[in-house]
Design a protein around this ligand. Structure first.
Ligand SMILES: *Cc1c(COP(=O)(O)O)cnc(C)c1O
Length: 367
């Protein structure tokens, strides 16, 4: 099943001049490359009909199950262009494994890790000219899986579709590495015990949009979600994991307790910090601990992390009752140097000592 061959239909490519104009200032999630990948799954035939095809709308029956019951999961990873022109992706097998964990929770089919990786590689190879070369630029790759059976009954779909699209990306937050303000969501939770918090599914994001609006009304760029049963216990942001940095060379981050998305950036940063001799505590972390630690000087920095925004320093945590403010100490020194190390590995200026990168061979030259 993993030796599926991909049928290739060449797209009418965007002229190079237009593409280059987009790559100069790609934004985030606004533009898409010339091709996409589609692989179909049915309960009877398994994975089949793998294609690299022109990017464009997909036909869907209005009764398609994903439109009614939200059986959808996704991933996010990036392709980086290094100074020598080569292209790499970062730990794609981790994304494949996580997609399968999400698939288990959402009752979608498992996809072989090699098929997932091959699908992303095929797309990046054929659209290699879309991988930008500017500072902090990358090609954001979005694999996703939807239930696609025309049936209104409530049960796991017997037909699904895995797709990969890609979008050239500049920095996620405009204005460079500036500290963000985050809003402590007290009225809305993101996940409850036994829910879908550890799955990367669209439904979690749908539920995060209202609190995100509340955050924006309060002048914040992101939301911090806490445990549904204990509002003092920190979970994570809407799409990023959270770390506190202590002055005694210790990193503190919420443990993977089933409510939190197991971030690959999180996992990689834990490794890099440990390599530097930092202690990393994965455990329950509270807002009280954060307030007291900043007040007594033991907590010196805070940051959020995820593939899209890499590492984002946190300048402020705001709630209706109090504000935790790092003032002009943010962005912190450790946050910036960890960011520099991770992006250095990705863009090739630092040694890839853990073997995290996978090189992609571009296919032919596009017009
Ligand atoms: C994707 C995601 C993250 C970050 O995961 P990475 O693998 O580091 O990109 C964190 N939290 C949520 C809710 C996410 O969806």
């Amino acid at each position: 099943m993993t030796d599926l061959t991909f049928a290739f239909t060449e797209a009418e490519r965007l002229p190079a001049a237009d593409r280059d104009a987009i790559l100069e200032n790609p934004g985030f999630g606004d533009h898409f490359t010339d091709h996409m990948v589609s692989i179909t799954w049915t309960k009877d035939a398994g994975w089949h009909d793998a294609r690299v095809m022109p990017y464009g709308p997909i036909a869907m029956d209005p009764a398609s199950s994903v439109l009614h019951y939200g059986q959808e999961i996704f991933e996010g990873l990036k392709a980086y262009r290094r100074a020598d022109g080569s292209i790499v992706t970062f730990r794609p097998e981790e994304n494949a494994r996580r997609l399968n964990e999400s698939a288990t929770r959402l009752a979608l089919p498992q996809i072989p890790v090699e098929l997932f990786v091959e699908a992303t590689k095929q797309l990046v190879a054929v659209d290699a000219e879309w991988v930008p070369s500017g500072a902090d630029q990358s090609l954001y790759i979005r694999p996703f899986m939807i239930a696609d059976e025309s049936f209104l009954g409530v049960r796991a779909a017997q037909r699904a579709r895995f797709m990969v699209i890609a979008s050239p990306a500049g920095p996620y937050f405009s204005g460079g590495v500036k500290p963000v303000s985050i809003w402590l969501s007290q009225d809305f939770a993101r996940a409850g015990h036994g829910g879908t918090g550890a799955a990367k599914c669209g439904g979690n994001y749908a539920a995060s949009l209202l609190p995100q609006n509340v955050a924006a009304e309060n002048g914040c760029q992101q939301v911090l979600f806490t445990d549904a049963d204990n509002p003092d216990v920190i979970d994570e942001l809407g799409g990023m994991n959270l770390f506190l940095v202590r002055g005694d060379s210790t990193l503190v981050t919420p443990a993977l307790n089933g409510n939190i998305l197991p971030g690959i950036t999180r996992k990689s940063l834990i490794q890099l910090a440990q390599d530097r001799g930092y202690a990393v505590e994965e455990r329950a972390v509270t807002v009280t601990e954060w307030r007291e630690g900043v007040a007594d000087g033991s907590i010196v920095e805070a940051f959020a992390c995820g593939t899209a925004a890499v590492i984002t320093p946190i300048g402020q945590l705001k709630s209706p009752d109090f504000t935790i403010d790092f003032g002009d100490r943010a962005p912190g020194e450790f946050t910036l140097s960890l960011r520099e190390e991770l992006t250095g590995i990705q863009y090739g200026s630092r040694e890839d000592r853990h073997g995290w990168l996978e090189e992609i061979t571009a296919l032919g030259a596009a017009v």
